[in-house]
Design a protein around this ligand. Structure first.
Ligand SMILES: C[S@@+](CC[C@H](N)C(=O)[O-])C[C@H]1O[C@@H](n2cnc3c(N)ncnc32)[C@H](O)[C@@H]1O
Length: 277
């Protein structure tokens, strides 16, 4: 049961947060109060939130696909819509695991532009429950993201490497990846200034900026995918409805068979590219 002191504290924090423009001030106040070990720590957390840091960076974690993912300051906060990418990837991974001729080999997953590692962690958490074991690799250009992802993927034996897209992956993975997930930056450069301040000011530019039309990194991912995918392996790229045609073209140019899937519930769009046999 909530004590009167807790309620009074929560109301005070909620007032401060509301005054700073936080829309879900009551919920945030409750989360901050439960996360802070001391009044001093609470005051510091409230101050950072009032200054505009994303709530998840203040708390040190984000909820994603029902798990808690550690998020360091300066690391991209996983978005709810990306849960659609995970859902699709999990279904395709199960199909891959059930395919004839695997002889019990674990499904091989790779997540490029992994950020906090949220996609890989959620996927592995879902799959290990019934597949028992998965092989999981992830890469990111940003050392802070790599540190964060390494912590989040350790429980699943995931390996996280720093570098550009495929470059840090071990060469023996070529032709062996069953499921390649990618939520690369896809905001067109000119639209970054229109983003909410939380993202614009507190997430790194390399996590957001997808170049002139937003698709520069997706094109590089798609061009390299066929060499790394196993036969019938799948590349899944998060995109927007508006940019989907461009993502499809990139995936087709990379020699994969593209299809577009979307979720109204999550306002999410994913292009899946399958490597032909
Ligand atoms: C939009 S964030 C997505 C992070 C994570 N996949 C997620 O959904 O939460 C994009 C990430 O791509 C990384 N990134 C940008 N360019 C990259 C590149 N050329 N190679 C590897 N990672 C890159 C950024 O550092 C950032 O962590």
């Amino acid at each position: 049961m909530t004590t009167p002191a807790f309620s009074a504290g929560q109301a005070r924090v909620a007032r401060e947060l509301r005054a700073a423009g936080c829309v879900f001030a009551e919920d945030e106040a409750r989360l901050l109060l439960s996360a802070a070990a001391t009044p001093k720590e609470l005051a510091a957390m409230v101050e950072r939130r009032v200054l505009g840091l994303p709530l998840e960076q203040v708390l040190g974690w984000a909820e994603f696909c029902g798990i808690r993912v550690a998020v360091e300051p300066g690391v991209f906060v996983p978005r709810r819509r990306t849960e659609f990418l995970v859902r699709l990837a999990a279904g395709l991974a199960r199909e891959a695991a059930g395919r004839a001729g695997r002889a019990g080999d674990p499904v091989v997953l790779a997540d490029l532009c992994c950020g906090s590692g949220a996609v890989g962690a959620a996927l592995a958490a879902d799959l290990v429950a019934d597949l028992g074991q998965v092989v999981l690799h992830a890469t990111d250009l940003d050392p802070a993201a790599v540190r964060c992802a390494a912590a989040n993927l350790a429980a699943f034996g995931g390996r996280v490497r720093e570098g550009d897209l495929y470059e840090p992956l071990p060469p023996e993975l070529r032709g062996r990846i069953d499921i390649l997930t990618v939520n690369a930056p896809y905001v067109p450069t000119s639209e970054i200034e229109l983003m909410p301040a939380e993202a614009r000011l507190h997430e790194p530019r390399i996590a957001l900026d997808g170049g002139t039309d937003g698709l520069a990194i997706q094109r590089r991912v798609a061009a390299g995918a066929a060499a790394w995918l196993a036969p019938v392996g799948c590349l899944l790229i998060e995109t927007s409805q508006r940019q989907a045609a461009g993502t499809v073209a990139a995936v087709a140019n990379g020699g994969l068979l593209p299809r577009v899937l979307s979720s109204d519930e999550l306002s999410a769009t994913v292009v899946v590219g399958t490597k032909p046999i």
